[in-house]
Design a protein around this ligand. Structure first.
Ligand code: DQA
Length: 144
C-alpha cells in the first residue's frame, strides 16, 4: 500500500528556514526518516512537496485510486485554502494532518486550519518526528 506524504509551501527550505521554529533537519532528512519507517511498516511512500496550491490539489486528486492514506503538512495553506480542504473531502481514505511546530502556541492566524475539518488526526508540535508518528497512525487505520 502506498501512502502519499504531501508538503506545502516553503517546506523545501526546511533546515534553513527559521530553524529556531522548524529545526535544522532538511526535507530530505524527513523523506529518509519516513522511508525507513515505511519499510518497517511494509508500506510504500510517495513523498512530495509543492509551493503551489493547484499542484497540491492535483496531487490529492491523483491519490484517490492510488494511495491508501494521505499525510499532509499544508503549511501556510492550512490557514487559507478551501481548495485543499475540498480536494481532501473528495478523497476517501484516512488523512492525517502534520505541523512541525505547535501552531496553537504561535500567532492567532495559525490557530485555525481548514484542513482539520477533514483530517482524521492532527499532529502538531512534535517536530519532524510528527511525520513518522503519522505513519504509525495511518498503518493502524488502514490495517483494521
Ligand atoms: C507549519 C505551520 C504553518 O503555520 C506554517 O505556515 C508552515 C509550517 C508547520 O509545519 O509547523 O509553513 O505547517
Amino acid at each position: 500500500k502506498t501512502i502519499l506524504i504531501l508538503n506545502g509551501p516553503n517546506l523545501n527550505l526546511l533546515g534553513k528556514r527559521q530553524p529556531e521554529i522548524y529545526g535544522t533537519g532538511t526535507l530530505d532528512d524527513v523523506h529518509s526518516a519516513c522511508a525507513e519507517k515505511a519499510r518497517e511498516l511494509d508500506l510504500e511512500i510517495d513523498f512530495q512537496q509543492s509551493n503551489s496550491e493547484g499542484e497540491l490539489v492535483d496531487l490529492i486528486q491523483g491519490a484517490n485510486e492510488r494511495c491508501a492514506a494521505i499525510i499532509i503538512n499544508p503549511a501556510a495553506y492550512s490557514h487559507s485554502s478551501v481548495a485543499i480542504l475540498d480536494a481532501l473531502n473528495a478523497y476517501d481514505g484516512p488523512v492525517i494532518e502534520v505541523h512541525i511546530s505547535n501552531i496553537h502556541k504561535r500567532e492567532a492566524f495559525r490557530h485555525h486550519s481548514y484542513v482539520s475539518a477533514r483530517a482524521d488526526g492532527v499532529i502538531a508540535g512534535c517536530g519532524t518526528q510528527g511525520y513518522v508518528l503519522a505513519l504509525d497512525r495511518v498503518a493502524a487505520l488502514i490495517n483494521t
